[in-house]
Design a protein around this ligand. Structure first.
Ligand SMILES: [Cu+2]
Length: 825
């Protein structure tokens, strides 16, 4: 085997030992004479890989030739329980549920989702449903004696014949005579899920309507914009749709905006908008309500065309970039001739020379690292979640899971002024993308797959999640000193578990977890004209990036030394005090700061913002469990980058469907019937949401109860020229930390033996002596980096068979949904 093999081998934990014992001869070519040329000697005894003797001076340490490094596969894990009770459904489980639902005994009269019309009954979603916490805990505490909690699925059916949406629990799984179907209602705050709030089953659901309302306008749009939409392959216009589409579910109406059909269409808006009615289940009845062009409003195609023909239409001024080269919105390199010094060399990369130090059970989706251990879950709505997070054999967190992501826009046009996205609707798990090895995650990352179901089939992405350890490049603690054992450092390693959309969970050696989100991609652009001043920034002659806020909510179910926890508020303030010892030289008082600590006793007082100037913090602690110094053991929720909340409160389009976004964090009693702070239907029900976050806060006492912290990250996104073509992840980032607060008696990172303690020499000029606990840097030849390859996804039909390859256009439709609607005949 050569190291030029294709990028196929995902790291299999089960073949760890085998692979390690089979060395792979590798050929490396030096770039300049200054680098060692490592020639292949082939496979030799004892799995040892030697470097060419002629270059041994460069590739040897202490005269000994370098050996091949240990395997870069993760060693097997030892999960506390042999089942992941939070695991997503398997392809086989999804298929068996679908078959069971199709049986006449269910009486559902289902049409296959890929054939179904809106007036048919069809399955929208089959996903895992998490067990009751008490059952799951009983099992993971005593996996040998306790019963494994029965596995259930959550199934969403669009009853188009009624029409109404219903959510069901189906189980126990696997499907058997005992399996039952019950309606899932107690997690929602209204009785019925309105059909008008439904998710989009067919990506091009709106295409026939937009063809109907655009084809008659082709002559006008060609003259006004040089573009048209006729349902042809080479159409030069695309539609996008704003949301929400309803206030309370009684209607389904949206603004359609138009863009040029070029790469990065979001940045090429045309200042042409149509308000459409998509209410009801008969697309033939859907219609145009309004046209807006250059701030003029028309109530029909005819009235617009009249104005266009009789000269009363006030036209937009011709702008220079409207019909020019649109490649500024692509990732094509600007200034191709310009080279930065040494930029032709690949940059540094991280290699675990001594072998990976984290363990992975790929089957179970369990990960452990330096005292940490956790299970992974994954769902359609929000993607990756973490369960039963333990550190040093104590559970810290039962569930850590993203809940919802809003983006509320502003502008002087119908698209920007009416957009408030709630990404759970689109399915952040369903939108998960494969990582680009070496770009999205370091080369040695271990990848885990994710499976999601949609109406059209089952998709498995092999590289949905990546896990890697890195040297943060700075010690976690450090001091210079001259007394015995004063001087030293502990290495600051971090384990990251990541999925795109870029959720990062970063584990530190001191017991801290950082939850970080970074964003990139295209802005939602508006048509720039001077009247847009204050609503964003001009980025080209007629394009702007529109002002918006992102706020993303996480559920953090901390269990600190058991379930009984309390919410501690700590603040600091200035005081002025007198003391008998004060020197008159300095006046009679001292001005200084002082800490106040109090417990928040009631849920209603637990809708929180970080204090001004971050003078203080909130923490979940156990009053009944103290550390050696009498402090309640707890974890603080510490703001990281950009700890913001939503700027705009009271907008009808975000009235009550994302109330969590009004705060930095909130703490409520944990309940099985309050599993999430949002639902996929909240997007289109701002006036009467399925999950109304404020209803979690109903005056209950939260002293020594099982608590959940709902914590936000986000960004006030004021677009700028450097958002073009894509927003940068370094600035578009937000995070919070969960960090021990008197949980321990001392800093436990000192336990790590990836550390050093130095002793000052007795004789001046002698070197310091040191103890590195025997953990020496490993010197060896690492495995080669495989060639880059990106193969996309594997899909399955609803029979569980591999689906035929999907066209790029089809993939694009599924991925961009109604953000990019191409009119079709
Ligand atoms: Cu943004």
């Amino acid at each position: 085997m050569s190291n030029l093999r294709a990028y196929e081998p995902l790291k299999q934990t089960d073949s760890y030992d085998d692979v390690r014992s089979v060395p792979q001869p590798k050929r490396r070519v030096s770039r300049t004479a200054g680098f060692a040329l490592l020639a292949v000697l082939g496979t030799i005894a004892l799995s040892v890989f030697y470097v060419s003797p002629s270059h041994a001076d460069k590739a040897a340490i202490h005269g000994k030739p370098l050996e091949q490094c240990a395997s870069s596969l993760p060693p097997p894990a030892q999960p506390p329980a042999p089942n992941n009770v939070w695991a997503p459904l398997t392809v086989e489980e999804i298929v068996s549920i679908q078959k069971w639902l199709d049986e006449p005994a269910r009486g559902l009269n289902l049409t296959k989702s890929d054939k179904a019309g809106l007036a048919d009954n069809h399955i929208f979603l089959i996903d895992a449903y998490q067990p009751r916490k008490a059952d799951a805990l009983a099992y993971v505490e005593n996996p040998l004696s306790a019963l494994r909690p029965a596995k259930y699925a959550r199934v969403t059916i669009h009853h188009g014949t009624v029409p109404v949406i219903k959510d069901y629990l189906i189980g126990p799984l696997p499907i058997s005579d005992k399996s039952e179907m019950t309606e899932l209602k107690d997690v929602y705050h209204r009785d019925e899920i309105p059909y008008h709030a439904r998710g989009v089953l067919v990506a091009n659901e709106l295409a026939p309507l937009v063809l109907k309302i655009m084809a008659p306008l082709a002559e006008a749009t060609e003259e006004l914009f040089g573009t048209s939409a006729l349902g042809l392959v080479n159409d030069t216009m695309l539609a996008g749709v704003s949301a929400p589409w309803s206030f309370d579910g009684t209607f389904r109406r949206a603004w359609v905006s138009w863009r040029r059909n070029v790469a990065g269409p979001w940045l090429h808006p045309l200042n042409f908008f149509q308000y459409v009615d998509m209410s009801g289940t008969d697309p033939a009845q859907w219609k145009l309500i309004k046209i807006v062009y250059n701030h003029q409003v028309f109530d029909s195609i005819d009235s617009f065309l009249d104005a266009f023909h009789n000269g009363t239409l006030q036209r937009l001024p011709e702008r220079p970039d409207q019909r020019k080269d649109p490649s500024w919105s692509t990732r094509k390199r600007p200034n191709p001739e310009y080279r930065r010094d040494l930029d032709h060399l690949p940059g540094p990369r991280s290699v675990s020379f001594a072998g990976l130090r984290f363990r992975v059970d790929k089957e179970l989706q369990y990960v452990s690292w330096l005292g940490w251990g956790l299970y992974l879950g994954f769902n359609r709505d929000m993607g990756l979640s973490l369960w039963d997070i333990r550190f040093r054999d104590e559970r810290l967190i039962y569930e850590l899971a993203p809940q919802e992501a809003i983006a509320q826009y502003a502008g002087n046009d119908p698209m920007q002024a009416t957009t408030a996205w709630l990404d759970r609707f689109f399915g952040m798990g369903a939108s998960v993308r494969d990582m680009l090895p070496g770009y999205d995650c370091p080369h040695e990352a271990v990848y885990l797959p994710a499976i999601t179901h949609s109406g059209t089939g089952i998709i498995k992405r092999e590289r949905a999640i990546c896990i890697f350890e890195q040297d943060s490049g700075r010690p976690i603690t450090r001091h210079t000193g001259y007394m015995k054992d004063e001087f030293g450092a502990v290495k600051g390693y971090v384990l990251t578990i990541r999925s795109i959309s870029t959720f990062d969970y970063m584990f530190h050696v001191d017991g801290t977890i950082e939850i970080r989100l970074s964003a990139s991609g295209y802005l939602q652009g508006g048509y720039w004209e001077p009247k847009q001043e204050g609503y964003g920034a001009q980025i080209r002659d007629t394009s702007m990036g529109s002002l918006h806020d992102h706020v993303i909510n996480y559920k953090v179910d901390l269990d600190l030394v058991g379930l009984k926890n309390s919410l501690l508020r700590t603040t600091t303030a200035q005081e002025e005090v007198e003391h008998p010892w004060i020197e008159e030289d300095w006046g009679t008082t001292v001005i200084q700061q002082k800490i106040s600590r109090s417990y928040i006793e009631n849920e209603d007082d637990a809708l929180l913002k970080y204090p001004n100037n971050f003078q203080g913090s909130y923490a979940i602690v156990n009053k009944g469990e103290t550390n050696a110094w009498g402090s309640p053991r707890g974890y603080a929720i510490h703001p990281g980058y950009s700890p913001i909340y939503n700027t705009v409160v009271g907008s009808k389009r975000l009235l009550n469907n994302a109330n969590w976004a009004r705060y930095n964090l909130a703490v409520s009693r944990r309940k099985d019937n309050e599993p999430t702070s949002s639902s996929m239907w909240n997007q289109h029900l701002p006036g009467a949401p399925m999950v109304d976050f404020h209803k979690f806060f109903d005056g209950e006492n939260i002293t020594q109860e099982d608590l959940v912290a709902w914590v936000n990250v986000g960004m006030h996104h004021l677009p700028q020229a450097e958002d073009i073509p894509n927003t940068r992840t370094n600035l578009a980032a937000s995070s919070f930390f969960l960090t021990p607060l008197n949980y321990f008696d001392t800093d436990v990172s000192l336990e790590s033996i990836n550390a050093i303690v130095l002793t000052a020499p007795e004789k001046t000029g002698d070197p310091f002596t040191f103890d590195d606990y025997g953990v020496k840097p490993a010197n060896c030849v690492p495995e080669g980096v495989p060639d880059f390859e990106y193969s996309g996804l594997s899909a399955f039909t609803m029979d569980g068979k591999p689906a035929p390859p999907t066209s790029v256009e089809e993939l694009r439709k599924q991925s961009e949904l109604f953000h990019r609607i191409k009119v079709e005949m």
